[in-house]
Design a binder for this molecule. Structure first.
Ligand code: PRP
Length: 213
């Protein structure tokens, strides 16, 4: 029997793009395209098993070895620093981690800055590198509301098109880091399933070269 490669896909539009890349790399699993609420799909012939997980959970599955490979945003890798190999920048799911504030916000450097974010570690590192004292408030979503209601001075969050900020009268005041989706691998899987994983990496890299021509 073939060794199965376990792949954690981020649920959603990004995950569908990722599946297409794996499909073209020689790991098809057509049943995944059928609209169903199933979360696990496998193609024994090709030796691959896919499962849909919440995008922010992909790195956990890969770090713990429940998945051999997966695709996670650089934001999650920077925030949680999972013990995995980062094999390839897939150049999709592109956005940036940014600081945003109300349009009339004037920063008083003497005051502790109040920051709302889901990405506590990224925010802490960013302000520590500037020697700025901050007070972090961890929120789980709708971060944009915090400065509007006076909960915080600024937010640290993902900005993709900028529409969410615009519609809430906020603007970017600093860009922390560009973000994109990364192919990651479990460290021991990378040793023991090296042939399959290397094939995926080189095939997907080739697909990307083709697109850049
Ligand atoms: C992210 C982020 C912003 C929005 C930015 O949220 O937190 O709210 O996207 O995108 P835009 O610049 O294109 O408007 P996401 O949709 O990922 O949902 P989440 O709050 O559940 O993380």
């Amino acid at each position: 029997m073939k060794t199965m490669l376990n792949v954690a896909l981020p649920k959603g539009r990004l995950g569908e793009k990722v599946y297409n890349m794996f499909d073209q790399a020689g790991f098809p699993c057509p049943s995944i395209l059928e609209n169903s609420r199933k979360l696990i799909f496998e193609n024994e012939e090709c030796g691959v098993r896919y499962f849909w997980v919440k995008p922010s959970d992909v790195a956990i599955y890969v770090e713990r070895g429940a998945a051999d490979v997966g695709v996670a945003g650089k934001d999650i890798l920077l925030e949680y620093n999972p013990d995995v190999y980062e094999l390839l920048d897939l150049d999709i799911g592109k956005c940036r981690m940014a600081v945003a504030a109300k349009k009339d916000f004037r920063d008083d450097q003497q005051k502790t800055l109040k920051v709302a974010t889901k990405f506590t570690n990224i925010a802490q590192r960013f302000y520590a590198s500037m020697g700025r004292d901050i007070d972090i408030i961890h929120l789980n979503g709708s971060i944009e509301i915090a400065p509007i209601l006076g909960l915080t001075d600024v937010i640290v969050d993902i900005v993709e098109t900028g529409t969410t900020l615009k519609e809430n009268n906020l603007e970017v005041i600093d860009t922390i880091v560009p973000i994109s989706a990364r192919l990651i691998a479990n460290k021991s899987s990378y040793k023991f399933k090296n042939q399959q994983i290397d094939k995926i990496v080189s095939d997907i890299a080739k697909q990307m070269e083709g697109k850049n021509d």
